[in-house]
Design a protein around this ligand. Structure first.
Ligand code: C2E
Ligand code: CA
Ligand code: CA
Length: 534
């Protein structure tokens, strides 16, 4: 220790002395070189049981030059160490705060929407849960806001413009509300607003009107003036539901009602909607049981090829005769099945049964093709599409004999996954038809972009023909375009001889409708074919 504190480099450079620390008897108990005591020595005291000893050391040449060096080295080392410690501590604090920032960012990303900076669905659900679970009897309202035709903006001006529109909508919403109201973006073009402590139903009614008016003022996006409106569904706590999920569902239902009522309006959840939901739930349960009890069956409507006058196809249509013998229209139960998801089981049944029946028809000597309706929701899963193909093949049916009918809204919505599945099905030989053409925003554009073999023009397209000159002209135009694009046209809902003759004269490709035959059970279809296909 002494050597270290003196900066010793070699033992030979120093003198040592050791003495017992007793006054006046130094001579007696001394070891080493006593001249050390006359020099500028360093010493330490050593306590042992017999007393205290002093060990001293001094440089032979009497210079502590090295000691000064060492002194500074120690000082500098000390400072450096202190500095390093401070740097280390600083770094630790900085890292911690970076960590905290990162955690905050993660938290933001989990709870906030990056485009509008509003709370997202998750944050909204958390907030709603807090409100409903806090056990207070505070009334509040949920406004479910959905932009009308947002997809059109996205499609025509691009996603960046779409994002800008969302940001502007968020700003306008903020400007309309108080600090105590909660706004979130919970989906593509869906916003929700929670209005706390409102005075009356009328206040909410006025607010919804005001929001809609404010949002329908034009937006300027990249030099384009965009006008958008919205549909708002409103649910009130606690009247329209005690739980977060129920409130949100009811506000959503009310929003749908607003859309159905022609958009640009708002709707309060009401008893009628509640009854409708209950009816749908009942229908869902009855359908599920009905499937097990074989209450569903298929009928087939013949489709005639104008060029040969023969029935070359038929469309499979689902029928449901429930326990009590009531026949329920697919127009009523298919939309419910689509909403509840039961459409997958129903669709599976339809395909399976159609395949079985196709084999029967072929064995009877009629080589006709069959068209099967597919809902948009059924086209979500590539694996399911593959199962359809293997089902078709298992029955020994060439895929070319099957046509899937889909509605044009599917092509319009530009849903990539579904389109991919359609492309795949077609690449495997399945034919595709656009159903109900002319009922939505029919666009010839979609026809050239997407893989279709047929368009089926809706009966509303020619219900007034041939008397209505506009309908006749539209039909003519459509047939020309289809011919140019190499797509065949099937006219649906042909009910009269005059319609039939008009279509024939306009060189339409196929016809289907009561004028030829109503949808028939398999047995009756075989009878019909026997008479028709001479
Ligand atoms: P859709 O695909 O447009 O089917 C044609 C509908 O028009 C059928 O009604 C058919 O009976 C009816 N129809 C046929 N000819 C005439 C006519 O000359 N005049 C009139 N006024 N109507 C005619 P249906 O069978 O009640 O089916 C209604 C809708 O239900 C279908 O419309 C289709 O969208 C859906 N649907 C039926 N079966 C299925 C199915 O298996 N799966 C799916 N996803 N949807 C189905
Ligand atoms: Ca159809
Ligand atoms: Ca149709």
């Amino acid at each position: 220790q002494l050597m270290i504190s003196s900066g010793l480099t070699s033992v030979d450079d120093y003198l040592f002395a050791l003495k017992k620390n007793i006054k006046d008897s130094e001579e007696l108990f001394q070891r080493g070189d006593p001249s050390v005591w006359q020099k500028d020595y360093v010493a330490i005291e050593i306590d042992v049981s017999s007393g205290q000893w002093i060990l001293a050391l001094a440089p032979k040449d009497n210079g502590w030059a090295k000691r000064d060096n060492i002194y500074w080295i120690i000082i500098i080392a000390g400072w450096t160490l202190s500095f390093l410690m401070i740097a280390f501590m600083y770094n630790l604090v900085a890292t911690q705060s970076r960590l905290r920032t990162a955690l905050t960012t993660i938290d933001r990303q989990a709870n906030f929407d990056s485009i509008t900076d509003l709370p997202n669905r998750r944050a909204f659900v958390d907030y709603l849960n807090q409100l409903t679970q806090s056990g207070n009897d505070q009334h509040f309202a949920i406004l479910f806001i959905d932009l009308d035709h947002f997809k059109e903006v996205n499609d025509s001006l691009g996603h960046d413009a779409g994002d800008e529109l969302l940001v502007s909508v968020a700003e306008r919403l903020r400007s309309q509300l108080r600090g105590s109201d909660f706004i979130a973006r919970i989906g593509g073009d869906e916003f929700v607003v929670v209005i706390n402590r409102f005075k009356s139903h009328e206040v909410i009614n006025d607010l919804a009107t005001q929001i809609n008016r404010h949002l329908s003022e034009p937006f300027t996006l990249r030099q384009n003036q965009i006008q958008t409106t919205c549909s708002i569904g409103i649910a009130l706590y606690p009247d329209d539901g005690m739980k977060a999920a129920e409130l949100l569902k009811n506000a959503d239902l009310a929003m749908y009602a607003a859309k159905t009522a022609g958009r640009r309006t708002h709707y309060f959840f009401n008893d009628e909607l509640r009854a409708q939901t209950e009816r749908q739930n009942t229908i869902h349960n009855r359908m599920r049981d009905g499937l097990k009890r074989h209450e569903f069956s298929l009928v087939y409507q013949p489709i005639v090829d104008f060029s040969s006058g023969k029935v070359t196809k038929c469309e499979a249509l689902l029928r449901w005769k429930d326990e009590d013998g009531n026949v329920i229209s697919p127009a009523e139960f298919i939309p419910v099945a689509e909403r509840t998801g039961l459409i997958h089981e129903l669709g599976q049944f339809v395909l399976e049964q159609a395949c079985i029946d196709w084999v029967t028809v072929h064995k009877s000597g009629y080589p006709i093709e069959v068209s099967i309706n597919r809902s948009e929701r059924e086209l979500n899963d590539m694996e399911v599409a593959k199962q359809w193909l293997s089902c078709i093949k298992q029955h020994g049916i060439p895929t070319e004999s099957i046509t899937f009918e889909i509605t044009e809204s599917l092509l319009m919505s530009n849903k990539q996954r579904q389109l991919q599945i359609l492309h795949y099905l077609r690449s495997q030989g399945v034919q595709l038809a656009i159903d109900d053409f002319g009922t939505g925003y029919s666009s010839i554009n979609y026809l050239q972009r997407y893989p279709v073999d047929y368009i089926k023009i809706d009966r509303s397209f020619l219900n007034q023909a041939p008397d209505d000159r506009v309908q006749v002209a539209l039909l003519d135009a459509l047939l020309r375009v289809a011919r140019a694009l190499d797509i065949d046209v099937i006219a649906e809902g042909v009910e009269t001889k005059r319609q039939w003759e008009l279509l024939q004269q306009q060189q339409c490709d196929f016809a289907q409708g009561y004028f030829i035959s109503e949808p028939l059970t398999l047995d009756k279809l075989l009878d019909f074919l026997r008479k028709w296909q001479f």
